[in-house]
Design a protein around this ligand. Structure first.
Ligand code: ADE
Length: 256
């Protein structure tokens, strides 16, 4: 479905692009002709990813903690200095930990809100002001999670991702005058490095709770994300697309 040169001459930034879903998105973008920046906090992970990605296309990395506005602004400056423009922002970086609501400390709550909601916001606003608004062109895809029925067991990230889901809609309306499209992808349970953060007993048997009886793959999430980033989705904005094998509609996600 994707032409080899779909993203030729496009500059893309994938946060959290060193591992898991972000890595798969970056790899596909490269294979489809984009020049790709991957950004993450840990330089070692970025270097290791770059070794595998660079033979497949034109890839660079930026060490950047999305929670720190100054680091996000520095990333925009670095892209400006090297390429002078940005076409695609994939806000994939994020993270959380399972916890019953009554056990979430103020520190834990704030860390998850900062990382997911504030970090994604800093990236979105900074890159829009640095590139998309003056260019009068840009595409943003925000990675959230399956929050269709709340997110019991991870209330903090559910609240943060619901905030992203909502600002995606607001910006789709406000920024359409700048020719900026913004959408979100809401994955269910995906076979990725992110799953390693959860206790095995939580993950075990989870496929049974999914109508399609299997976990999704990073590649499948990347196909959807890159479709939304592509001209094939030129009339889609303000949308959140679930990719969860039907899980949002049926069964429990995990035992509380
Ligand atoms: N991946 C997960 N959390 C991140 C953060 N705060 N900054 C960049 N990449 C991340």
């Amino acid at each position: 479905m994707f032409a080899d040169n779909l993203f030729r001459d496009k500059i893309a930034l994938v946060t959290g692009g060193g591992t898991g879903i972000g890595y798969a998105i970056a790899e596909q973008l490269l294979q489809l002709g984009a020049r790709v920046y991957i950004a993450s906090r840990k330089e070692e992970k970025l270097k290791a990813a770059l070794e595998k990605l660079n033979p497949q296309g034109d890839c660079d990395y930026l060490v950047c903690n999305i929670r720190e506005l100054e680091e996000v602004e520095a990333a925009a400056e670095a892209i400006k200095a090297k390429d002078g423009r940005l076409d695609i922002l994939i806000n994939n970086a994020g993270g959380q930990f399972p916890s019953l609501a009554e056990d979430i400390s103020p520190k834990g709550w704030n860390a998850v809100i900062n990382n997911n909601l504030n970090g994604t916001w800093y990236m979105t606003q900074t890159m829009a002001k640095a590139f998309f608004i003056p260019q009068k062109e840009g595409v943003i895809v925000n990675m959230i999670v399956n929050i269709y029925r709340g997110f019991p067991g991870m209330t903090h990230t559910g609240a943060a991702r619901a905030g992203i889901d909502n600002f995606t809609k607001s910006l789709a309306v406000e920024w359409s005058k700048y020719n900026i499209r913004i959408n979100a992808v809401a994955p269910g349970i995906i076979q990725s490095t992110g799953l390693e953060n959860y206790p095995p007993q939580l993950v075990e048997g989870i496929a049974r709770t999914i109508p399609m009886k299997r976990l999704g793959t990073c590649e499948e999430v990347a196909w959807l994300t890159n479709f939304l980033a592509s001209p094939m989705a030129n009339y889609i904005t303000g949308e959140t697309v679930y990719i969860d094998g039907g899980q949002r509609l049926w069964g429990s996600i995990f035992e509380l």
